[in-house]
Design a binder for this molecule. Structure first.
Ligand SMILES: [Zn+2]
Length: 373
């Protein structure tokens, strides 16, 4: 845990300094009189202290502002944006042959989640492949065990179709766990769970007190997502079908023979997600998302894993250090949490290796050189 706290500390420091040092990117919104040094409102034609004309100061301010705007626009257009908000996908895909690396997790006091990572690659500006680890929400282990998955996403309606920037983008994707995941209960999680505690201690069913639970699971998620561009705001919304399999259910009792049920069980869940992003300034984007996530809960009475939905909400910002390095940070809350003390800090670092874009860049600059000669 110490390393996680240290990591958060370092990221907060970097974030703070980046914001402080980047403030000079924005034009000041007052005029300083060159004669007496008095600060004047932009609308003032004459200095209100010495009465000197502020024409030259105004022209200088205008030039600086236009330069700043040009810089900002260039920054935004050249920015490599991950094709997702915090966790929900958008209908964008990575640029062809561009590689994205993402790492992070959610950190809180009560619930610890493991480090999650993603590696993705764009294919032909229309599709992408991705390998990632995702957390599994359940009530028998502390935090979320991680599951390796692979995914493929393809755009059915690409961006800027017919050159119309307001046209919505549509993509479909399939994500599947790489293998069966073995989930084991841990004693601390079982004891801190009220249902288990009541079952084992209060009802005094000592002869059938549960000591451990384990099962294997895998899943496949299919979704369709639409992105609506509305100027500085982008809205993303999608429908999701999740097929979850559970097998090799094993329950160990303290005083009784173990109960094993090897047969496979299947459940389909239909869920969804929605979110929006707003350009706050060239380096910062506000992001809010809400989604359904599947939750595995061991039921003491039926002795089965019950699969159902939980709702997850995340709100925060994406901050760009450079065009290809950004950090996502916000607050995460799930409906299966007991109160705000369980809320977690969501942190993710996005790094891009523009292998595709670099070769395009080289090609165009070589062409430009040849044209000049
Ligand atoms: Zn003056």
């Amino acid at each position: 845990m110490k390393t996680k706290k240290f990591l958060i500390f370092i990221i907060v420091i970097i974030l703070f300094f980046s914001i402080v040092t980047n403030n000079n990117l924005y034009a000041q919104d007052f005029l300083i009189c060159s004669k007496c040094g008095q600060k004047n409102e932009i609308v003032n034609k004459f200095c209100f202290v010495c009465g000197d004309s502020l024409d030259d100061e105004y022209k200088a301010w205008l030039t600086k502002r236009n330069k700043t705007r040009y810089k900002e626009e260039k920054f935004i257009s050249g920015r490599v944006d991950p094709p997702r908000l915090f966790t929900i996908p958008t209908a964008r895909v990575l640029g062809t042959k561009d590689i994205s690396l993402m790492g992070g997790g959610a950190f809180g006091v009560a619930v610890h989640q493991s480090f999650l990572g993603t590696i993705g690659m764009g294919l032909g500006n229309i599709a992408e492949v991705e390998f990632s680890t995702v957390g599994l929400i359940n009530n028998i282990s502390q935090g979320s065990p991680t599951v390796s998955t692979s995914a493929f996403k393809i755009q059915l309606i690409p961006e800027d179709l017919f050159g119309l920037s307001f046209f919505p983008t549509l993509a479909v994707s399939i994500r599947s766990s790489a293998d069966w995941k073995d989930v084991r209960s841990d004693w601390r999680a079982l004891n801190s769970n009220k249902a288990f505690y009541d079952y084992n201690e209060i009802t005094q069913r000592v002869e059938c007190a549960v000591s451990s639970i384990g099962y294997n699971t895998r899943f496949t998620i299919m979704y369709g997502v639409v992105t609506f561009p509305l100027g500085p705001v982008k809205i993303h919304s999608g429908l999701m079908l999740t097929d979850i399999r559970v097998k090799d259910m094993a329950v160990d009792y303290i005083w009784q023979e173990d109960n094993d049920a090897p047969e496979e069980r299947q459940k389909n869940l239909i869920g969804g997600f929605a979110g929006f992003e707003i350009e706050y300034n060239p380096q910062t984007k506000l992001m809010v998302e809400i989604k359904t996530d599947s939750k595995h809960e061991y039921n003491m009475e039926t002795k089965e894993i019950e699969v159902s939905h939980t709702y997850v909400a995340i709100g925060g910002v994406r901050f760009f250090f450079t065009k290809w390095l950004s950090i996502d940070t916000g607050v995460l809350y799930q409906t299966n949490y007991k109160g705000i003390a369980d809320a977690q800090i969501k942190l993710g670092l996005n790094l891009f290796i523009p292998t595709g874009s670099i070769s395009d860049y080289v090609k165009t600059s070589v062409k430009q050189k040849l044209n000049k000669e």
